[in-house]
Design a protein around this ligand. Structure first.
Ligand code: E4P
Length: 196
């Protein structure tokens, strides 16, 4: 299983990258805001800390806006992965960017049919939001299991990136359910090796 860290805090990323156990990074607009830094500048620095993919998210809601933002983000570094919302416009942008050879992360996935659509759009990663589903009383792990079954049924290459992870058990259960990757907040990632 691959581990991404879900943060825009460069000190945390550097510390985790130094372990050799980090496979990539995901950011989102809230995390960038929390870092108090410019998205271009902080994303460039993060891309230099890992060889793995660094998800940088578009904020536009329409296809043209997403494509313009993606063009700018993709220029930052070769390991930028364009993060797009799971809307019809986001899927259209995903298809276009995948055709151009870019890595894509389709985010805000809450159902198996949404994940199926993302795979059809050629997404590199699909991000089901485990914690937010749990908040609504819906079992996020069932969603991972369903996506795993669907992707295996049709040999889709899209990787399941368990997101909105809040606990060590979310990581364990995602691994059991067959997620390819988990993106984990720094404190939870460190807690994976905690002794009682
Ligand atoms: C990952 O790519 C997402 O941005 C992140 O996991 C969202 O998590 P949250 O539900 O804690 O905002």
């Amino acid at each position: 299983m691959k581990f991404f860290v879900d943060t825009a805090d460069v000190d945390e990323i550097r510390e985790l990258a130094d372990t050799g156990l980090l496979d990539g990074v995901t950011t989102n607009p809230s995390l960038i805001l929390k870092s108090c830094r410019n998205i271009m500048e902080v994303t460039k620095e993060i891309c230099g800390l890992t060889d793995g993919p660094v998800s940088a998210e578009v904020t536009a809601m329409n296809y043209d806006g997403m494509m313009s933002e993606a063009a700018v983000l993709a220029e930052i570094a070769d390991n930028v992965c364009i993060k797009l919302p799971l809307t019809m416009d986001g899927l259209k942008a995903c298809k276009a960017l995948a055709t151009q050879g870019h890595q894509t992360n389709v985010t805000l996935c809450f159902s198996a049919t949404q994940a199926l659509m993302a795979a059809k759009a050629g997404a590199t990663y699909i991000s089901p939001f485990i914690g937010r589903l749990d908040d609504m009383g819906i079992d996020g792990m069932e969603l991972i299991e369903d996506i795993r079954t669907i992707y295996d049924n049709y040999d889709y290459d899209t990787q399941i990136l368990a997101a909105s992870i809040r606990t060590v058990n979310h990581v364990k259960d995602s691994a059991i359910a067959g997620a390819d990757v988990a993106t984990i907040p720094p404190s939870t990632l460190k807690a994976l090796v905690k002794h009682p």
